[in-house]
Design a protein around this ligand. Structure first.
Ligand SMILES: [Zn+2]
Length: 308
């Protein structure tokens, strides 16, 4: 297994500067933070089978040297570009206020009601596209590189609990509050604030140290008995629905619970919620690599039942 810390260290720092400088960042965008997506993809990369790793290296632009995590935030960076505006509703799911459930046929649509236009639909669609990768190079119907980047990003988003939130408050985006001393909102607390506070309080602001902790918990720590069930999946539609349900349940029980606009969230909220953020990042990574190993792996005949 590749050590997560090694992957992170091997990431060309200049590339990050280049990427972050090359795109306009939209404040308040719906997304795990850069760190959240990066960690999800680094976890996935650490568990890739050789044939999946080779396919991914082939699909990524040469300058990232096979490092998927370098481009896992790309779908956030382009979602407001004219060409990609259609992808904007694919980052989240709005569920009925206070229902605390996810129902694909009821909830997976864009604001105009177009069906399948939500993060759960997107994961199914891009997995289905990638499952054609092995059919050869000449007649590919889809842009496989984009499909890989979208899938990798959306597997992060579907695990961010507030990305499967309530409709009226836009997944917590309109619940303005303070995170310790600065202004924030509930959505952003789960996207980024908890991760940044964890990094600065416990990991000397070093993402690779946080990743090592997550890695330890996956392989022989508190999640060691769970991670095989996390990645168990025969029918992708069924699995994606479950992942979205897990998110709205965490959002209800731990995200929204006890929170109102205008309040200040601090130590008590941080301490009790941080383990959920770390677990969701780990689950996103483990399930992403499960899909990638299936669509690119040699045992492809055992692949998912997905619509083509
Ligand atoms: Zn996103």
């Amino acid at each position: 297994m590749v050590r997560l810390g090694d992957l992170l260290v091997s990431l060309p720092f200049g590339l990050f500067l280049l990427l972050s400088g090359a795109f306009i960042t939209i404040p308040g965008a719906n997304a795990w933070s850069k760190e959240g997506h990066e960690m999800t993809c680094l976890i996935a990369q650490a568990f890739l089978k050789p044939e999946a790793s080779e396919a991914i290296s082939h699909l990524l632009p040469p300058n990232v040297k096979g490092n998927l995590s370098a481009l896992c935030t790309w779908p956030d960076q382009i979602r407001h570009w004219y060409k990609y505006r259609w992808t904007s509703p694919l980052h989240f799911i709005d569920t009925p206020d206070d229902a605390c459930t996810f129902d694909y046929s009821r909830d997976c649509h864009d604001p105009k009601g177009v069906k399948d236009m939500c993060v759960a639909g997107a994961i199914k669609n891009f997995t289905s596209q990638l499952s054609h990768y092995k059919e050869g190079t000449s007649d590919r119907r889809y842009n496989m590189t984009e499909a890989l980047l979208f899938l990798s990003h959306f597997m992060g988003d579907v695990h961010q609990p507030m990305h499967v939130g309530f409709t009226t408050d836009e997944g917590g985006n309109t619940i303005n509050l303070r995170w310790f001393k600065h202004k924030s909102n509930l959505h952003h607390v789960w996207d980024r604030e908890i991760i940044l506070t964890a990094l600065s309080d416990y990991y000397d602001k070093d993402v690779s140290l946080l990743l090592q902790d997550i890695e330890r918990n996956i392989t022989d720590g508190m999640w060691a008995d769970d991670d095989t069930s996390w990645e168990h999946c025969n029918d992708l539609s069924h699995c994606v629905n479950n992942w979205a349900k897990e998110s709205i349940q965490v959002a209800c029980k731990w995200g929204y619970e006890g929170v109102q606009s205008g309040m200040t969230l601090s130590d008590e909220y941080f301490d009790s919620r941080m383990p959920f953020v770390m677990k969701r990042i780990a689950q996103g990574g483990i399930r992403l690599v499960m899909i990638l190993n299936q669509v690119f792996g040699d045992d492809h005949e055992e692949g998912f039942a997905t619509a083509t």
